[in-house]
Design a protein around this ligand. Structure first.
Ligand code: EPU
Length: 418
């Protein structure tokens, strides 16, 4: 079992080019299935979740290969309609292949992605929408068997909540469906726009992405393309929080500044100096951070992102004053707080609320990552802490951060993988 060993207390300083976005790469890889030709994806992050997506593509008959940060996906052949359980379980977001497979072959069997470290993650909205588009769905013994007799058809779909995954699955099924699909209360996350940008490059007709009403006109065929995946706004938030927590200066290049505004406006309240240009972010963290006086409420985009909740908390645990979080997206997204408390933080959690009273100092400890962003928060806290921290469970971190230890070392942090 691998661990990260961090010796805290060093200021960070340096320049880092942001990796491509995990949460864009995954649906875009599923979307490549629909092209029926070769797609070249640049700026594709090398992550265990991305490799899991490539195994799914290879398993259904496509060919996915990597050369550096370029993925080449050939989807001329799709010969298999079942995604095996072990691949579904490897990555919860594999459910995103459902809409793409229905669009491509009209048939797909998956297993329930199940509950996970963030609490229950139902897929009721995905299935209800696909049914409206003509899919016949049967669930038996944990398997979901979906078939569209003939071709899926357009529909008017109003989501009860702007689910990212459900919006993506509907778009994936709709781009080759017959007629027009309208999604009301669609997710507005930047990664939805990136998926639509890719699909448009493949010939799809989509408008309204980035707004809450998306309109898709189904096409008979799509084609291959070359596309560059957007930078990862959550990895960006993470490296900024690490520098804010440990103190120092960072320049993020290849950054998606506009997409990060909801996060940056909160981080700025901690007293860090932040300057941005179109695709660069400079942050300086000098003296002790200030607590954030307004409650930090996680909300769908353009609200504060749930994926950045844990990492900004890792910086606020040593801020001057009390900060309050309200986690509104997932039921169980405070599991990192036990580790932060073990390192000396003062955190009280009650349901969706977490109250953080800033302490003077954190101390190194042995902690275990239980989810991706929580694990990143532990690395950040460890960089700010006095002494040595050993972090186990780091396979969670590898799902979303490309060589996290190399990035931190480039900034002057003392970290190694053993
Ligand atoms: N939900 C339902 N029913 C559904 C779908 C969602 O009740 O059919 C609920 C979920 O249980 C959750 C909420 O709606 O409470 C939001 O879920 P959403 O569908 O928006 O999230 P997701 O598609 O499962 C993506 C990201 C997550 C990110 C969320 C919210 C990917 C691969 N995953 O998940 O990213 O937190 O959107 O922004 O895009 C991460 O990167 O660490 C991560 C967890």
């Amino acid at each position: 079992m691998q661990k990260l060993i961090v010796n805290g207390g060093q200021r960070l300083r340096g320049e880092l080019a942001l990796q491509g976005s995990k949460n864009s790469a995954l649906p875009i890889m599923a979307a490549a299935l629909l092209s029926g030709e070769e797609c070249v994806l640049k700026n594709c992050p090398k992550l265990t979740d991305v490799f899991a997506a490539s195994r799914i593509l290879n398993c259904v008959g496509c060919k996915c290969t990597f050369s550096g940060n370029t993925a080449v996906i050939s989807s001329e052949n799709v010969s298999e309609n079942t995604i095996p359980e072990e691949l579904m379980r490897e990555m919860r977001s594999s459910i995103i292949f459902l809409g793409a497979m229905l669009g491509r072959t009209g048939e797909c069997t998956v297993c329930c992605p199940g509950g996970c470290e963030l609490g229950p993650r139902p897929i009721d909205m995905h299935l209800a929408a696909l049914k409206k588009m003509g899919a016949d769905i049967k669930e038996s013994f944990g398997r979901i068997i979906c078939r569209v007799p003939g071709r899926a058809h357009g529909a008017r779909i109003s989501l009860p909540f702007p689910s990212v995954g459900a919006t993506e699955n509907i778009i994936l099924c709709a781009v080759t469906a017959e007629g027009e699909t309208v999604i009301n209360n669609a997710a507005r996350e930047p990664e939805i726009c990136d998926l639509c940008g890719f699909l448009r490059a493949c010939g799809a007709e989509i408008s309204g992405d980035g707004e809450s009403r998306i309109v898709i006109s189904g096409k008979d065929r799509l084609h291959g393309c070359e596309y560059s995946i957007m930078p990862d706004r959550i990895a960006g938030a993470t490296y900024l929080c690490m520098t804010a927590a440990a103190g120092g200066e960072i320049i993020l290049t290849n950054a998606c500044v506009q997409a990060m505004e909801p996060f940056l406006s909160v981080l700025e309240q901690t007293g860090c100096s932040i300057y941005t240009t179109e695709n660069r972010i400079f942050l300086r963290s000098g003296s002790r951070l200030k607590a954030v006086s307004d409650r930090i409420r996680t909300m769908p985009h353009p609200g504060f992102p749930t994926d950045a909740q844990a990492v900004i908390m890792s910086a606020l645990v040593t801020a001057d004053g009390t900060s309050v979080f309200e986690e509104n997206i997932f039921d169980c997204r405070y599991r990192h707080t036990d580790a932060l408390v073990k390192m000396g933080a003062d955190i009280q959690v009650l349901g969706k609320i977490a109250v953080i009273k800033g302490v003077e100092k954190l101390y190194g400890a042995n902690v275990e990552a239980t989810d991706l962003r929580g694990g990143a928060a532990m690395v950040s806290a460890a960089l700010a802490a006095e002494g040595k921290t050993e972090i186990s469970g780091i396979s969670h971190i590898d799902r979303g951060y490309e060589k996290v230890e190399e990035a931190v070392r480039r900034l002057g942090g003392s970290i190694k993988r053993v």
